[in-house]
Design a binder for this molecule. Structure first.
Ligand SMILES: [Zn+2]
Length: 175
C-alpha cells in the first residue's frame, strides 16, 4: 500500500515536470534550432518533412502554431514591441522572411510588417472560423506564419500579421 502511494506521488510529480516549459529569457538565442537538423539560414532547398517528424523536433508551442495553424495570444509575443535592426527568419527552418525595415508599430498585438521576402513566403486562401483571410506560409518548409491583410501602411498597403513564435530574429550586429 505504501509502495502504491509512492508510485502515485511519483507519477504526479513526473507529469508536472513534463508540463513545465522553461521561459525563454533571451529572444536573441535561437532556441528552436539546437536539435533541428533541417534548420539552415543558407540552404533554400524545399523541405518535405511530415508533421510526425516535426513534432519530435519542434517545441510544443512552435509546433502548434507552425504546423497546426494555431495563433499566439495577442500582445504576448516576444517581437510584438520590438524594433531592433536585423532580419527575421522562419523559426522552423531558418528561411529568410522579413527585414526589420518593413516592420511597423501596429496596434493589433502581433508583430506586423508591410512587406515580406518574396522568396520567403507564399499565400493560401483561408476560410476557417467563418472568415475570409489570406494565410502566409514559409516557402521552404510550409509552416504557418500568420495572415496578411490589406489595411497596412504605405508603400504596399499590406499588413503581415505574424506570430512571434514562428519568427527568429537575428540582429545585424550578430552577423
Ligand atoms: Zn520555414
Amino acid at each position: 500500500m505504501k509502495f502504491l502511494f509512492s508510485v502515485i506521488i511519483l507519477t504526479l510529480v513526473h507529469s508536472c515536470t513534463q508540463k513545465y516549459q522553461p521561459i525563454k529569457t533571451s529572444p536573441m538565442e535561437n532556441t528552436e534550432a539546437k536539435n533541428n537538423p533541417y534548420y539552415s539560414r543558407t540552404d533554400t532547398a524545399q523541405l518535405n518533412i511530415s508533421n510526425e517528424e516535426w513534432k519530435k523536433i519542434l517545441a510544443p508551442d512552435l509546433y502548434a502554431i507552425a504546423r497546426e495553424a494555431a495563433t499566439e495570444r495577442a500582445f504576448t509575443g516576444k517581437y510584438n514591441e520590438f524594433d531592433e535592426v536585423g532580419d527575421y527568419y522562419c523559426a522552423v527552418c531558418g528561411n529568410h522572411l522579413f527585414r526589420s525595415t518593413s516592420k511597423f508599430a501596429s496596434s493589433c498585438g502581433w508583430p506586423s510588417f508591410f512587406e515580406a521576402d518574396k522568396e520567403g513566403v507564399y499565400y493560401k486562401r483561408d476560410t476557417t472560423y467563418g472568415m475570409e483571410r489570406v494565410e502566409v506560409l514559409c516557402k521552404r518548409c510550409d509552416s504557418h506564419l500568420g495572415h496578411v491583410f490589406d489595411d497596412g501602411p504605405k508603400p504596399t498597403g499590406l499588413r503581415y500579421c505574424m506570430n512571434s513564435i514562428s519568427l527568429e530574429f537575428v540582429a545585424d550586429t550578430q552577423k
